[in-house]
Design a protein around this ligand. Structure first.
Ligand code: ADP
Ligand code: MG
Length: 593
């Protein structure tokens, strides 16, 4: 084969592959263009998840009539003149690739009126070729209509996911930009249903509430602006209190100089800032915007412009981590202490305590851990070199895992139940134990036909972020088998009519969001999904640390725990019960050799 230069149309199609992956990438490029054009209103509409139609309309400066055709040529841009300009990019676009790429894989109608022009102009392209150009009446600004995306790239079109998934990607982008650009009024419609509207009044808090709903939006903590005022790296934004957390990292959003980026290191900086403040395997919520001199950051890493490189990555890492940490710890030192105690992986705290104990006592106390293997995430050394005590004798009738009869002595730190049994002292984590009890009860009810529910006196409205809402809506029949009667009530809003008896109205918003965001990406292996949902519900209803329990309540809890199949761990695998044998105590008191 001879070497030849590819025709422009083929080159554009190849380049398009990198810029236009799916409908969401089209929306991203078009909205970024509108923002660059100085728009204060941006209206987005899609049909068929964006395959059939994407429309983005703005009131920006428009495209001059003489340049309209040029805008659709590859490497045509008004945002860059020389290579040196690449050093200090202040616009979202600069590569001059988006319109050409989009046009080469769809049918485009661009209607625009430049601020200086008398009338508007409409250009139609199919597969990148101009097919019509007509003057039209149009308000100042630009409207791009993208139809039949990938109509001429069957491989890509086939590769697109369900309409819902494609909408989900689009919404993930738009909701973030609506928050990052609070002075811009966004509307988003999918198939004639309005799903987002921000006022553009300019307050980030307001935009957060409009996107995330009142429950979450109003509780996020603002990073105090003075925190990084003097530095060249400024960190702004909102982070979740330690009481709010999610099952994945999807709620951590990072903007660099007005651009949403995916940056693993900075995501990690934020997760780290919550170290020991959140339960294990839970992730914070954060909306962090970093502003730094444009020459300090290289945005020209990939055509999609979602990655950046920093000149001094460590400085940015530190600034983000420090701002986040200080905001979180200043807001809730007391709550944080509780959270650490309850939810951190046990060895973090227990390990320290044990180490201190070991230093104090000549023969360290040995606590026999549950016979069921408990998994400890860190590598804390075992307490002593002495082999573990044999498991305490069990009642003959019971299955091997169940507990010996226990007598409640009292409660310690409103967190642990102290009990006495045939072989010494037992410490029971009240929350973990209750979770276990509830979990087995609910799982049994569910397998026997469904968890009974109780109607709420007043149905409760719950607002969820759009992507979670879309997923949850499809799971409503499943939720019903779990005793949660929930019905859709407008975009992103659900009405909870009934709940499992014990749940009542306890933080229903958080619960539904937990269920949705934790389970979304799972392949719905039916049982596993419901089981995960049940675990989440139990976590919510179980007594918390800090809750004082009466003697009777404690006795009841232990009786219930005794009847479970796996009393020694909670549904998440942490131990529910620790034992100190009489022999160990005697040794500690110097009564044994
Ligand atoms: P880039 O944004 O990298 O410059 P694009 O292909 O996205 O490249 O756009 C090409 C040019 O078209 C832009 O530089 C800009 O001048 C013009 N343009 C695109 N969209 C708009 C819009 N919504 N309003 C005004 N001008 C626009
Ligand atoms: Mg652009």
């Amino acid at each position: 084969m001879t070497i030849r230069l590819l025709p422009e149309s083929v080159a554009a199609r190849i380049a398009a592959g990198e810029v236009v992956e799916r409908p969401a990438s089209v929306v991203k490029e078009l909205v970024e263009n509108s923002l660059d054009a100085g728009a204060t209103r941006i209206d987005v509409a899609t049909r068929g998840g964006g395959r059939d139609l994407i429309q983005v309309r703005d009131n920006g400066m428009g495209i001059p009539p003489a340049e309209l055709e040029l805008a659709f040529r590859r490497h045509a841009t008004s945002k860059l003149e020389t290579a040196a300009d690449l050093e200090h990019i202040l616009t979202l676009g600069f590569r001059g690739e988006a319109l050409a790429s989009i046009a080469s894989v769809s049918r485009v109608t661009c209607t625009t009126r430049h601020t200086d022009a008398e009338v508007g102009l409409r250009l139609r392209l199919e597969g990148g070729e101009i097919v019509a150009r007509t003057p039209v009446g149009h308000p100042p600004g630009t409207e791009l209509l993208i139809e039949d995306l990938f109509y001429n790239v069957p491989a890509r079109r086939k590769f697109l996911r369900s309409e819902r998934t494609e909408r989900h990607h689009t919404d993930a982008f738009l909701t973030r930009y609506a928050i990052a650009y609070p002075h811009i009024a966004f509307t988003v419609m999918h198939d004639d249903t309005e799903i987002l509207r921000t006022t553009g009044a300019g307050a980030t808090r307001e935009a957060l509430i409009q996107v995330y709903g009142m429950d979450l939006g109003s509780h996020l903590l603002e990073i105090p602006p003075e925190l990084t005022q003097e530095q060249s790296v400024q960190v702004r934004g909102f982070v979740g209190p330690t009481s709010a957390h999610r099952a994945d990292r999807g709620y951590i959003t990072i903007f660099i100089n007005g651009r949403w980026v995916q940056d693993l290191r900075l995501t990690y900086a934020i997760i780290q800032a919550y170290h020991t403040l959140l339960p294990v395997k839970r992730f914070p919520i954060a909306f962090v915007s970093v502003v730094l001199p444009p020459e300090e950051v290289d945005v020209n890493v990939h055509p999609a412009k979602t990655e950046v490189r920093f000149r001094d990555a460590d400085a940015v890492f530190r600034a983000v981590q420090r701002a986040t940490r200080m905001t979180v710890t200043d807001a809730a030192p007391v709550a944080a202490a509780w959270q650490v105690a309850v939810s951190a992986p046990p060895p973090v705290d227990a390990g320290e305590t044990r180490a201190r104990l070991a230093a104090l006592t000549p023969t360290p106390i040995q606590i026999s851990l549950p016979s069921t293997p408990a998994t400890f995430p860190d590598e804390a050394p075992p307490l002593t070199a002495t082999p573990q005590q044999p498991a305490p004798p069990t009642r003959p009738s019971a299955s091997p895992a169940t507990l010996p009869p226990l007598r409640v002595i009292g409660q310690a730190s409103t967190m642990f139940i102290i009990a006495e049994g045939p072989d010494g002292l037992y410490l029971i984590d009240q929350h973990a134990a209750h979770e276990r009890v509830l979990y087995e009860q609910m799982l049994a009810q569910w397998t026997q036909g469904g968890i009974p529910s109780q109607p709420l006196l007043e149905p409760q409205a719950v607002t969820l972020p759009l992507d979670e809402a879309a997923w949850l809506e499809e799971q409503l029949p499943r939720l019903a088998t779990l005793g949660l009667e929930v019905e859709p009530f407008g975009p992103g809003v659900f009405l909870v009519r009934a709940t499992p008896a014990a749940l009542k109205t306890l933080a229903l918003g958080d619960l539904l969001s937990d269920i949705a965001c934790g389970a979304q990406d799972r392949t719905p292996l039916d049982i596993a999904l419901e089981e995960a949902m049940i675990r989440r519900i139990c976590k919510r209803i179980a007594v918390k640390a800090g809750q004082a329990l009466s003697h009777e309540e404690m006795t009841q809890l232990i009786q219930h725990l005794e009847r479970t199949q796996n009393p020694r761990t909670c549904p998440h695998g942490r131990p529910t019960i620790l034992q100190i044998s009489v022999e160990q105590l005697a040794r500690q008191f110097g009564r044994l050799g």
